[in-house]
Design a protein around this ligand. Structure first.
Ligand SMILES: [Fe+2]
Length: 254
């Protein structure tokens, strides 16, 4: 099964994994619901996260999002359970020595909210190393325009030259390439692993439910870092035997 995901990554640049008996996802969903209702100042207004848009005023969205990010990042159990679960996949794809993004990020997409659009982009445009993979974990069901879109690797290889030479704006290219995008369908208890060098983004959510999904980047500890360095943006996650040996013996190296 793990080999199938490697094949998917090599073919498409993304794959959807199962988080197994992911009670830590349910537990986080419950924490988020509790927090949401406290934030709104009344109990049990929101019974499902996907209905967040019924109660949360759009002008409170950013304040809400920042507070939820804090809550998620303070929860060490969630972080540990998540990293323990996904580790076999990432070690298979990236090797035994891994670094992980220090802060988990959260994206919220409410139906009809034009302010939450993330235009088509590659994370390399904002200084990320191409050696990173992105782990995307939703707390709601995700589908169609409520989800995010990715251009699969084979399509991107064909489009790359066109992109380099094109005089079109990004908006125009997004429109032209529309049929090449895949809107990923990922349920709670599953996670998407994708190569953020591929064009991706999201449009206005035209569906009837909200999306809440966290993302965190993982890379091999020894690969180039771009503008996002080890220590400030990434922290070590796991060490292979060779790295452990070096640290154990306190061996100095250049
Ligand atoms: Fe991105």
């Amino acid at each position: 099964m793990i080999d199938q995901h490697k094949e998917n990554i090599l073919k498409d640049g993304f794959t959807i994994i199962e988080l197994g008996n992911a009670s830590f996802i349910e537990s986080m969903q419950n924490d988020l619901l509790l927090f949401t209702n406290n934030f709104l100042g009344s109990s049990l207004k929101v019974k499902k996260l996907e209905n967040l848009h019924h109660e949360l005023p759009i002008e409170s969205l950013n304040e809400f999002r920042l507070k939820v990010i804090k809550l998620i990042n303070q929860n060490q159990d969630f972080r540990k359970n998540l990293t323990d679960t996904i580790l076999p996949h990432f070690q298979h794809l990236l090797g035994p020595d891994l670094a992980i993004q220090k802060n988990i990020n959260l994206v919220i997409s409410l139906p009809g909210d034009v302010t939450s659009q993330i235009p088509m982009h590659s994370d390399m445009w904002t200084g990320h190393s191409p050696f990173e993979l992105n782990l995307w974990v939703p707390f709601t069901k995700t589908y169609k325009t409520q989800s995010m879109f990715i251009m699969p690797l084979d399509k991107w290889i064909l489009r790359k030259e066109e992109f380099k030479n094109s005089k079109n704006t990004l908006q125009e290219l997004t429109k032209l390439w529309e049929k090449d995008f895949v809107f990923v369908e990922v349920d709670p208890g599953q996670a998407l692993i994708f190569w953020h060098n591929l064009p991706h983004g999201n449009c206005t959510n035209q569906e009837t439910i909200s999306r809440l999904a966290v993302n965190v980047r993982i890379k091999n500890l020894y690969t180039p870092y771009g503008d996002k360095g080890l220590g400030d943006y990434f922290i070590p996650l796991t060490y292979g035997p060779m790295t452990e040996l070096i640290f154990k013996a306190k061996t100095q190296w250049d």
